[in-house]
Design a protein around this ligand. Structure first.
Ligand code: ASP
Length: 422
């Protein structure tokens, strides 16, 4: 039998005997090199012709935890964990050297038995994607899976990739109508098979929030600090990933965090202004993918709107500069927006500064855009939230009216200067 990547091997070579895990040969390397990962963690390359004998010590096995059926505890709430992929579901694949989404919600329960002390867990895998690959159809699948479970559990946890977690959180906030219980989204910046993974603490806190928080909102639950102190619960429409790799990457924007969640099971409410658990009957709205999110920048190519019109787009979110400006004097975007409006396209606008709000009337140019071109200004709504909302709004009778309504806390009425960069 020939050794395969992932197998533990002993190589007897002209330069000595080496034991380790056989790795795939990176495409850039010549065919004549064999690479193994030594016990020390170092990789070495050996000229294949120098290998006199290869012995397979152990064939590669995917290190999945054993599945155990947990006993139902009638004293505990029941939580559905729906896994969708991302780093929290990933492990390093020693065959490819990459990270791939593989662990399911059920595996988490086996790897993190303390979850069963917080709640009875009903685990299922609804997809296995990296979140950068998510589509509006995936958002719909997540919403439908959550609504299906809501009638017989006390809360939902969705495990998700972190890259676009805030888009999904916003999308689910709009897609699920009449939400009655918490839908908590969590993930990890480091995969479970690394010592420094944030996955388990995030999971414990997310399940705690789903089981005990009195809210009926879609919220993200992730590390609040660089240390393993506690997690923060953030409203799904007012949250953004603000760092590529820090475990405390997620922050509330133009909003206060909803709560602090600790691994000892306590929840400290930090924002009383949230939708409470209720007896409503949730359902799923429809969604369109005919929306473009366009970032304004100096000397931008005005053809971008034309391009989207050709793709039969029905909605445009403009991430404008600061208070809501777009090029209107030189190289004006005005004619293209007017043409879009004539073609029945709904154009809405928010700020790329992320913090603060757009003001349609402060400057003459802003008046031209809001009143002259009929662009709807979205106050302090985040561009990503606006994108997800417009995807849903386009399937409603009056998309502009839907955009203006505060459906899921996406508009904060109060000025929250104190929460800037917190
Ligand atoms: N690219 C991954 C994803 O978003 C990153 C992560 O999960 O943290 O799915």
């Amino acid at each position: 039998m020939q050794a395969q990547p992932g197998d533990k091997v002993k190589l007897e070579t002209t330069e000595g005997i080496f034991e380790g895990t056989l790795l795939p040969r990176p495409e850039l390397l010549s065919n004549d090199i064999t690479i193994i990962k030594l016990k020390t963690g170092y990789n070495i390359g050996i000229e294949t012709k120098k290998i006199k004998k290869t012995t397979i010590l152990e064939t590669y096995k995917a290190p999945l935890a054993k599945k155990q059926a947990a006993k139902h505890n009638p004293e505990l709430p029941t939580i559905a964990i729906l896994s969708t992929g991302g780093t929290i579901s990933s492990r390093i694949d020693y065959r490819t050297g990459g990270v791939y989404a593989d662990y399911t919600a059920e595996d988490f329960v086996n790897m993190c038995p303390e979850l069963q002390q917080i709640a009875n867990i009903k685990a299922s895998k609804i997809m296995s994607i990296m979140s950068e690959d998510a589509t509006t159809t995936d958002w719909k699948t997540m919403a439908e899976a959550a609504v299906k479970e809501l009638s017989h559990v006390d809360g939902i946890v969705i495990t998700h990739g972190t890259d676009t977690m805030h888009y999904s959180a916003a999308a689910l906030s709009f897609l699920i109508k009449d939400l009655n219980k918490p839908v908590i989204i969590t993930g990890a910046q480091r995969s479970i098979d690394r010592g420094s993974s944030d996955a388990f603490m995030n999971m414990v806190c997310a399940v705690t929030a789903a089981a005990k928080w009195n809210g009926a909102e879609v919220a993200i639950c992730m590390h609040a600090t660089m240390n393993d102190d506690y997690c923060t619960l953030l409203r799904g429409t007012k949250v953004r990933k603000m760092h590529t790799s820090r475990r405390d990457a997620f922050h509330a924007i133009n909003d206060e965090p909803l709560a602090h969640v600790k691994t000892n099971g306590t929840i400290e409410i930090t924002n009383e202004n949230y939708r409470k658990r209720n007896d409503a009957k949730p359902s799923v709205r429809k969604i369109s993918n005919q929306v473009a999110l366009i970032q304004v920048h100096p000397d931008m190519d005005l053809g971008i709107i034309e391009y989207h019109l050709k793709q039969k787009i029905k909605g445009i979110v403009i991430a404008a500069t600061a208070l809501g400006h777009i090029p209107i004097t030189q190289k004006s975007l005005g004619p293209a927006i007017a043409k879009a409006a004539k073609a029945g396209v709904t154009t809405v606008l928010c700020s790329q500064t992320v913090y603060g709000r757009v003001h349609p009337y402060t400057y003459t140019n802003l008046r031209k855009v809001s009143m002259g071109l009929g662009v709807t200004y979205l106050a302090d709504m985040l561009p990503e939230t606006a994108y997800a909302k417009l995807c849903v709004a386009l399937t409603e009778k009056d998309p502009v009216e839907f955009m203006k309504q505060n459906i899921a806390g996406e508009y904060t009425m109060r000025e929250l200067d104190d929460s800037f960069l917190l």
